[in-house]
Design a protein around this ligand. Structure first.
Ligand SMILES: [Zn+2]
Length: 332
C-alpha cells in the first residue's frame, strides 16, 4: 500500500492520519484513496449531483467479477476503468455508479467523480447509482470479486474495514448502519459469504471507532434472500405470502422450485421491481410481508404461524416490517 494519490495535503500523513469530527467521539484513520485522475477515469458526461446532506448508511457490494490473482495497482486501475465503461456505455449512466471501489489487492479507488471531495467534507454527498432508492442516503462500496462461495482477500478486508470506519467517522454514521445490497434489492450481491461477514464488519468498524456495538444490533434482523432450490420454513412463509398477494397458483410445500420462481417473477413484474429475476430479496419482501394482527386468518397470518413454530417462539400480536424481519431471521 502507500499509493496515496491525494493532492490536498493535510488529511494524509504517510498514508493515514487520525481524523475526528468536532463534537463527536468518532475518530478513524483515512486509508489511501486513488482519486479518479489517478486511475485514468473518463470525464463524467453529465453533471454529478452533489447535495449538502449526510448519508446515513453504507452499502457493501461485490463486483461479481472473477476472483483474480493479480493484486497489482495496475489491475485495480483496470478494474475501475472497466466498471466505469460498463456503467457509462452499457447502463447509460453519467459516470461510475458506486462511490468507491476496493480491489482484491487492497487498493481503494474513487468511483464517481467528487466522491472523495464529498466524504472529506463530511457534510456533502454525491448522488450515486449503485442502488435505486438508496443513492442519496448511502455510500456505495464495490468490492472486487465474487463472494458467493469464498471470502475476500485479507488486504481487501482490511481496506474495507478502514474505509467503512473512515466514512462512518466523516459523516457520523453508526457502524450498525452497514448493509448489503441485498438488504434493499432482489439481488445476491454482495454474495452469501461477504454478506455473512457484515456482522463482523460492523463489530470491527465499531471497535476501530472506539464503540462497541451490542451483539443484537451488530446481528440486526434483515430480509433473507430466497432463491431457487432453497427449502424450509422461510420458503413456506414466502409461499403463503405469495398466495396472499394473488399468486394463488403457488403450492405451500416449503420447496422453492422452478414453478415458484416463475410465480415470483410474475409478482415482480406486477410490482415493477427493479429486477424480475425470481429471487426474493430486500425489494420483494417488504411488498410481500403484509401487516398481520392477532386473530386474523389470512395467508400472511399462516406465514407468521409457520415462522413462529419453526423457532419455537410465540407469534407477536401485531406483525409489521420489523417483526417480519425478526421472525424471518429467527426461523433461518
Ligand atoms: Zn450490488
Amino acid at each position: 500500500m502507500g499509493v496515496a494519490r491525494v493532492t490536498r495535503r493535510g488529511l494524509l500523513l504517510g498514508g493515514a492520519a487520525l481524523l475526528a469530527l468536532p463534537g463527536t467521539a468518532f475518530a478513524a484513520a483515512a486509508p489511501a484513496i486513488v482519486d479518479c485522475a489517478g486511475w485514468g477515469a473518463r470525464p463524467n458526461n453529465r453533471i454529478v449531483n452533489v447535495v449538502v446532506t449526510r448519508p446515513v448508511k453504507i452499502l457493501v457490494h461485490h463486483t461479481a467479477t472473477p476472483n483474480v490473482d493479480d493484486l497489482s495497482r495496475g489491475a485495480a486501475d483496470h478494474l475501475a476503468r472497466g466498471i466505469q465503461n460498463f456503467h457509462m456505455d452499457r447502463r447509460g449512466w453519467l459516470d461510475s455508479g458506486q462511490h468507491f471501489t476496493i480491489s482484491r489487492g487492497g487498493f481503494v479507488l474513487e468511483g464517481r467523480h467528487r466522491s472523495l471531495e464529498a466524504v472529506r467534507s463530511g457534510r456533502k454527498q454525491v448522488e450515486g447509482a449503485h442502488c435505486t432508492g438508496q443513492n442519496l442516503v448511502s455510500i456505495g462500496i464495490e468490492n472486487e470479486g465474487t463472494y458467493s462461495a469464498t471470502g475476500p482477500t485479507g488486504v481487501l478486508w482490511d481496506r474495507l474495514r478502514e474505509m467503512c470506519a473512515y466514512v462512518c467517522a466523516q459523516y457520523g454514521i453508526a457502524p450498525t448502519e452497514i448493509f448489503g445490497h441485498r438488504d434493499f434489492k432482489d439481488t445476491l450481491c454482495p454474495g452469501d459469504v461477504l454478506y455473512g461477514m457484515l456482522p463482523r464488519l460492523r463489530g470491527e468498524v465499531g471497535g476501530m471507532l472506539g464503540r462497541r456495538p451490542e451483539g443484537s444490533s451488530v446481528r440486526a434482523a434483515s430480509w433473507p434472500v430466497l432463491r431457487e432450490d432453497d427449502r424450509g420454513p422461510v420458503v413456506r412463509a414466502a409461499q403463503h405470502l405469495l398466495r396472499g398477494a394473488g399468486r394463488t397458483e403457488v403450492a405451500v410445500d416449503g420447496v422453492f422450485g422452478a414453478p415458484m420462481a416463475e410465480s415470483v417473477r410474475t409478482f415482480q413484474a406486477e410490482h415493477a421491481t427493479e429486477e424480475v429475476n425470481g429471487i426474493i430479496g430486500g425489494e420483494s419482501w417488504p411488498l410481500l410481508a403484509a401487516p398481520v394482527r392477532a386473530g386474523e386468518r389470512t395467508e400472511a397470518a399462516q406465514a407468521v404461524e409457520t415462522l413462529a413454530a419453526s423457532s419455537s417462539t410465540r407469534p407477536p400480536s401485531t406483525v409489521g416490517p420489523r417483526q417480519w424481519q425478526q421472525l424471518l431471521t429467527a426461523a433461518r
